[in-house]
Design a protein around this ligand. Structure first.
Ligand code: PEP
Ligand code: MG
Length: 575
């Protein structure tokens, strides 16, 4: 048996065979063909298969994510009919006698480059679609499986160098028991997605992950970051027993998931969800969420080839808010940059993207991005409990500038006679140390704070959250981060403002007693973590939590903090 250690990214135990996630190799040899007519027929057969695949993908995407998200696959199907593209391929095959793979890639690349030069944002963004659809036909011509997990037939643990958020979305969840990556950090967005899906996961386990043979028996413990390769029967039995015990604790917590989180002495806090789309909204409600503390709106911008317009955004936000009725939903404006790139925006390459033109900085610099989103949010909030939050705020002037654009948008909409949210609470994420240190000034500018410990930890410790070599430093259990959290809560409360926390720390069983003791008002987390979080809060009195928090703040390391909570709060010592 071999033991690998990585970063615990998503709690839970998975037991099953290994399956490597490998991106398809689409390289081919350019050659001449003897029979161009047969080659053209081969190309047409590949086109027919591509059309069938796209119809299936459309149906799957529509069922999972709705018609708006699925529309891209209809657009791809239309491209397969494009006479200009098809003529270019036919000419190359029939007149130059080159193989279909070469003819197609030449024609698609020429077409994509031509689109990129057009002075029309919509059309130039279609270049990515042309390349994408050409890659689909190329895969068929080369006989390469459609998805890196297309050959996955038995429930398995996925191994990969790294998984992008889009890779994670494409995984067939019914066949994925968990995953382990060689690279990445616990608060990288891929790890966050795994938690949202309730999949046990380890990240940053090092390159030896890639040497594990396909099919090898694995035990993955997402709670402590251990991956066992080829465990003996006794070890498997031990982990199965732990898996079963955790299932019992969770089942008990789930029975009370829809009851409020009230401490034994009657102090109530809100337990809400971090979500990214309407399916997440439904799952959150089912998991016991009392609302949404963080709606990551990036979902509407990723996985596509052009910006969503105001109307599309309005419909998407409204659908999410409608799931929650009167309950609060905090919509975070676009947080692109860092490890979330939008290829179609063509942002300049940055040496340090996490310190670059990210989130509110980008939105303030690019009003054509910001305004449609603010207008859509204001419209979606009409008659609903929608709140707005700006990410990555570092200075008071940024808040003022963002609020000014918001007010301009509101005035515009009123002029147009559109229904808008009459009073919409506006808050900021406190996730940059400068904002935490200026919390007293910032509190005067907003209605609430939501502390983003994922970024606050990486910036406080100067440790990239996606870099496996340093990511373990960037944990919210660091006393330095906990001190900032304490001060931010105190500064907001001094001005009668409420404070939430939507970093991964809010759903960490061992952090919950500390955050409760520091006076946090709202805990926002991935939906599967909600039932247990409520159960931990119910097991404590506010005074007990305050004592744990005070003791934790005197310690000098994350390990010591976790050991303290483990010892003092048995209800938090799970998994
Ligand atoms: C955070 O930084 O804590 C946060 C919740 O935002 P994100 O993880 O999306 O950067
Ligand atoms: Mg953040």
């Amino acid at each position: 048996m071999k033991t690998l250690r990585g970063i615990a990214a998503s709690r839970g135990i998975a037991i099953g065979p290994a399956f490597h996630f490998r991106r398809a190799d689409l390289s081919f040899e350019r050659c001449t063909v003897e029979d161009p007519t047969a080659e053209w027929a081969r190309f047409q057969a590949a086109l027919e298969t591509a059309r069938e695949q796209l119809a299936d993908v459309y149906a799957k995407a529509e069922a999972e994510s709705g018609a708006a998200q699925a529309a891209i696959f209809q657009a791809h199907a239309l491209m397969l009919e494009d006479p200009e593209l098809l003529d270019a391929v036919r000419t190359a095959i029939e007149e130059q006698c080159i193989n279909a793979e070469a003819a197609l890639s030449d024609a698609a690349e020429t077409y994509a480059q031509m689109l990129e030069t057009l002075d029309d944002e919509y059309l130039s963004a279609r270049a990515a679609d042309v390349r994408d659809v050409a890659a689909r036909v190329l895969r068929i011509l080369l006989g390469v499986a459609e998805s890196p997990t297309a050959n996955l037939t038995v429930p398995s643990i996925i191994l990969a160098r790294d998984l992008t958020p889009s890779d994670t979305v494409l995984l067939d969840k019914s066949l994925v028991l968990g995953f382990c990556t060689a690279e990445g950090g616990a608060t990288s967005h891929t790890a966050i997605l795994a938690r949202g899906l309730g999949l046990p996961a380890i990240v940053g386990a090092g390159p030896s992950v890639l040497e594990i043979p396909d099919g090898a028996m694995l035990v993955l413990d997402g709670g402590d970051g251990t991956l066992l390769v080829g465990p003996d029967e006794g070890t498997v039995a031990e982990y199965r027993a732990r898996q079963a015990a955790a299932t019992v604790v969770l089942a008990r917590a789930r029975e009370k998931a829809h009851e409020p989180a009230v401490t034994r002495d009657g102090h109530r806090v809100e337990v809400v969800a971090n979500i990214g789309n309407v399916e997440g909204a439904r799952a959150a409600l089912e998991a016991g969420a009392e609302g949404v503390g963080l709606l990551r709106t990036e979902f509407l911008y990723l996985e596509r080839s052009r910006l969503p317009d105001e109307e599309e955004q309005y419909r998407a936000y409204r659908a999410i808010v409608d799931v929650f009725g009167d309950r609060p939903v905090v919509l975070r404006t676009l947080d692109i940059g860092g490890d979330k790139d939008l290829p179609y925006l063509d942002l300049p390459h940055e040496m340090n993207p996490f310190l670059g033109l990210r989130a509110i900085r980008l939105c303030l610099a690019r009003p054509e991005l910001f305004r449609p989103q603010l207008r859509a949010a204001l419209r979606a909030g009409a008659g609903r409990n929608l709140k707005l939050m700006f990410p990555m705020v570092a200075t008071v002037s940024e808040v003022r500038a963002a609020r000014a654009v918001l007010e301009e948008c509101r005035a515009e909409l009123l002029d147009e006679g559109q229904p808008v949210a009459e009073k919409m609470e506006v808050g900021i994420m406190v996730e940059i140390p400068a904002a935490a240190l200026m919390a007293d000034h910032l509190a005067a500018e907003v209605d609430f704070f939501s502390i983003g410990t994922n970024d606050l930890s990486q910036y406080t410790l100067a440790a990239d959250r996606t870099n496996a070599q340093v990511a373990p430093l960037a944990t919210g259990f660091q006393p330095a981060v906990l001190r900032l959290v304490r001060d931010v809560i105190a500064a907001a409360h001094a001005q009668g403002k409420w404070v939430g926390l939507c970093g991964e720390l809010a759903g960490e069983p061992l952090a919950i007693p500390i955050l409760l003791g520091l006076g946090l008002d709202e805990f926002s987390m991935n939906p599967p973590a909600i039932p247990l979080a409520k159960q931990i809060i119910r097991a404590l009195t506010l005074e007990e939590a305050q004592e744990v928090a005070q003791a934790a703040l005197k310690l000098d390391s994350p390990d010591a903090v976790q050991a303290l909570v483990r010892e003092r709060v048995p209800a938090a010592n799970v998994g």
